[in-house]
Design a protein around this ligand. Sequence first.
Ligand code: 13P
Length: 258
Amino acid sequence: MSQPRPLVAGNWKMNGLSASLQEVKTLAGRLKANDTIAAQVMICPPATLLAALSTELEGSKILTGGQDCHAETSGAHTGDIAAEMLADAGAGAVIVGHSERRADHGETSENVRAKAQAAYRAGLTAIICIGETQTQRKRGDALKVVSAQLSGSLPGAATSENTVIAYEPVWAIGTGLTPTLEDVGEVHSHIRAELAGRLGEGEAAGLRILYGGSVKPGNAAELMGVANVDGALVGGASLKADDFWAIVSVYAASHTMG
Ligand code: 13P
């Protein structure tokens, strides 16, 4: 079974104003000039920039995505955004179940599953985030937590086409800390095995499992070189074209992977 095409997605979180579109223009220009990048590249800006960014990137190789969606199509949900609205604004994907949503908004895996189903309904790829806290890892519960979040968050209709899993250890997000390569490999192969149990070996082999949490230009090559790591979900380092480009360049033909 051939490996899936890697994905490098930038999650801008609550960062970015109109002026930030310039960073993406720079990135799109570099991607256009270098056609050896094997990875798909995606930016998930704040919702306020999604339509403008999608228009800006039309005809480029960069996809856009939302950072969250409501489970329903429409209705009285002030401040929320339906998956259909993200698609209408040009998104091809949406992040669901990010640990910041789980922690700040009390989202459960059941909520996350409903959001992923909403993504499918709207024709979007669901990027489902899972990951343990530091306390859970110290207790030796990382695999158990990841399994529980995966089984609770993954809809029955998940396929390698409509779903991406992002393993993001909560303690590695925005801290500059990363798990050892061994630990990353252990969790990713565990997720692959769990997916095989749910979806069958073939489908599981083609489903992308991203690593996220303090991915930087300096550590991207080694992290992306770990078995079963099919790309990255990048926060802080996706805000600047130079940093994000350095991470994306891990997948350039000239770059030798670790
Ligand atoms: P950082 O890359 O800033 O650690 O954030 C990771 C993340 O949460 C991406 O979704």
